[in-house]
Design a protein around this ligand. Sequence first.
Ligand code: G3P
Ligand code: MG
Length: 390
Amino acid sequence: MLATSALRSSGLITRQAPSVYGRLSTVTRGERLRKRSIQHDARELAKQPPVAFVFDIDGVLVHGPQPLDAAKRALAILDGANPLGTKIPYLLLTNGGGVGEEIRRKRLAKQLEYDLSPNQYIQSHTVLKSAVDKYADEHVLVLGGKFADCRYVAESYGFKNAYTTLDVHAWNPAVWPFHELSSMERESTKAVDFAQTPISAIFVFHDPRNWALDIQIVCDVIQGGGIIGRRPSNQDKQSQDAAEQKSVELVFCNPDLLWRSDFERPRIGQGAFREAFQAVFKALTGAEYPYTQYGKPTRATYKFAEQMLRDHLQELYGPVRELPQIYMVGDNPESDIAGANAAGWSSILVHTGVYDPRQGPPMHQPTQEVEDVEEAVRWAIEREMKQRSA
Ligand code: G3P
Ligand code: MG
């Protein structure tokens, strides 16, 4: 209900109005309509803006540890310094990960000098929170990140028996004779007898640090039907062995072949690890191994992001009737732009990351191409303003 003060300042009611009923008779139909539209505008103003942003991180807001100046300027615009005269909501959606959301969110907030609330931040493996039920009590292998970081993330999601490839090496160094655990690696390990521990699923949370060790162990788990070191099922005695050996689920959280860090040229990412694993597995078995893919551009990740945006808007403005126009700002056509286009969002491709315009048109056509994230935000707000005034 619009405050009496607002009604009074609009001249709709005078000071000496005795009671609502008495008062009513003096209010003309025109005045009632004007009052209703002011109430409506005021509610609208207090409610969600017509636009929201979803930002990729690497190559858009930061280059490795280095925040981009354009990123701070863009966040200042969203913080209120814009023609809409209001805070504009946004999320961060990265194919990165490897540590808990809280740890990285706080680190980013420091880098960017802007507070970020928990439901404003999504990593490539955050979506696994919705896959925990199936494997909460099973033995699973988690790959990627440093030492046992991904085990802690998996445990924070609800996986009760999560092991790393370093645990496997500590159990039996002969699994990969070309590596010796460092003292920090050994400290991060958990004592497990993998000859008695059937692995049900393998989750590649983040970019593996030791590709050779990880590829060897993933092949061992799959070919051993979950038991590392067990002889692969024999083709001709198919039925009997196969029954004994259950198939292991394989899940990758980030398909990026390339990503932009603080080196001049893009770096190979988790997608390259997946290609390397599949090449070795095919050479060993004659076929690639089936897997589930999460991360941008997958539909699962964009649906998850839309729900997080809804939660964030609900937190800011109360019940969300409909989502505002969503602008995805990204540096990678294959992940950021392809996913946003498929989700029916608007997409803006920046030139500060993986995509280099000198190499020709992008594989996936964005709504707009711009130099950096600041230009992206300015362009999108202007576009929305034009559409509102049209
Ligand atoms: O490892 C992260 C990388 O693949 C890309 O991250 O933030 O550009 O989605 P981002
Ligand atoms: Mg990126």
